[in-house]
Design a protein around this ligand. Structure first.
Ligand code: PLP
Length: 355
């Protein structure tokens, strides 16, 4: 006999993680930092190892205090999760229930549709425009009585495109104030555009804005799982209720705190990733590939029907990427060597695999 389970889970795909890579290959499939952790961060984690027989402090007063100070926020507005993907899930659970709608652009972050369905809510996907950007007027037009939350992924994963600050402000102002607009800024540190959105500025000005930040990408802590939301106080209270108790470890809190203390060093690394992104984009365009200008730590190649072909060319060049069959592929901006390999592969000068 079958075990009684939630039938709605049949529609939920298991999360597809970026492909792993053989030792020595360039793993450009998960938008990770190509840099090893900073020594000061490793040191801080090592100190915390002495205490792993204890539960972490869920209130994380030091980290939350440091974030509040850094961004001039009320600590009550900040809530943590095991990566910002967990915080995104908390946000959905806090505002949407059975049959409620959660809207986002598509294609966007792969986790959104599953997280929404797991909460029992209905994902509403609004196609990106012809330039792979959010179609804000279409999103506005799709709001219904059941809409509870709208994700704006900015810069957008996997296309790297951004919404303009003035357009987003107009959008936020037009969304009814009982609907939460969540600006997912996982890649905001890599945005060098002159239309750059400051999500926290919008949050200060409008009562129905939340911002998602992560330590996984620019800060290079993907393996430790820590991210946070800044949200209206009434929402933040509920985020703490729906969070899994003790989900954020003391080691992760320490690493995040040490990273905030090392922003100057980290900024040098972020600039390097941005420089490699630009070099990769130019090289791909020069080789005739439909690469899309990006403000994130990756480049989208709108390869369409040639996606599988391009993926195998890159794999042969010892590069692992994230492919979306029939649509395109996303190549993370890695080290100079990683980008050399990408460009060698697409120029058909595939280097012989070492060993
Ligand atoms: C990577 C990513 C996140 C969060 O990752 P975590 O490791 O869970 O913090 C959130 N949003 C988007 C759009 C991402 O690409």
């Amino acid at each position: 006999m079958n075990i009684n389970q939630r039938p709605s889970l049949a529609a939920v795909p298991a999360y597809r993680q970026g492909k792993s890579a053989a030792p020595g290959a360039s793993k450009l499939s998960s938008n990770e930092s190509p840099h090893a952790p900073l020594p000061s961060v490793v040191q801080s984690i090592a100190k915390g190892l002495e205490n792993i027989h204890r539960y972490p402090n869920m209130a994380a007063p030091e980290l939350i205090g440091a974030l509040a100070k850094e961004y001039g926020l009320d600590p009550e507005q900040i809530s943590l999760g095991a990566g910002s993907v967990e915080v995104a899930s908390q946000l959905i659970h806090a505002v949407a229930g059975e049959g409620d709608e959660v809207m986002f652009a598509w294609r966007s972050f792969e986790a959104y549709p599953s997280l929404v369905r797991i909460a029992g809510a209905v994902p509403v996907e609004i196609p990106l425009d012809a330039e792979f950007k959010h179609d804000l007027p279409a999103m506005l037009a799709a709001i219904t009585e059941r809409t509870r939350l709208i994700f704006i992924c900015n810069p957008n994963n996997p296309t790297g495109t951004v919404v303009a600050a003035d357009a987003l402000e107009k959008f936020v102002a037009a969304v009814p104030e009982n609907i939460l607009v969540v600006i997912d800024e996982a890649y905001v540190h890599f945005d060098r555009s002159d239309i750059r959105v400051d999500g926290l500025k919008l949050l200060r000005k409008y009562p129905h804005v939340a911002v998602l930040h992560t330590f996984s990408k620019a800060y290079g802590l993907a393996g430790l799982r820590i991210g946070y939301a800044v949200s209206p106080t009434q929402v933040a209270q509920n985020l703490r209720k729906v969070a899994v108790p003790f989900g954020v470890t003391d080691l992760a809190q320490r690493a995040a705190l040490a990273s905030l203390a090392a922003t100057a060093e980290l900024n040098v690394r972020i600039d390097e990733v941005v420089a490699q992104r630009e070099r990769m984009l130019e090289g791909l365009l020069a080789a005739g590939y439909p690469a899309v200008p990006s403000q994130a730590n990756f480049v989208w190649v709108a390869a369409g029907d040639h996606t599988a072909e391009l993926e195998s060319v890159l794999n042969e060049g010892n590069v692992v990427v994230r492919a979306f069959p029939g649509e395109g592929l996303r190549i993370s901006s890695g080290s100079a060597q990683d980008v050399d390999r990408v460009l060698a592969a697409v120029n058909n000068k595939v280097q012989v695999k070492s060993l």
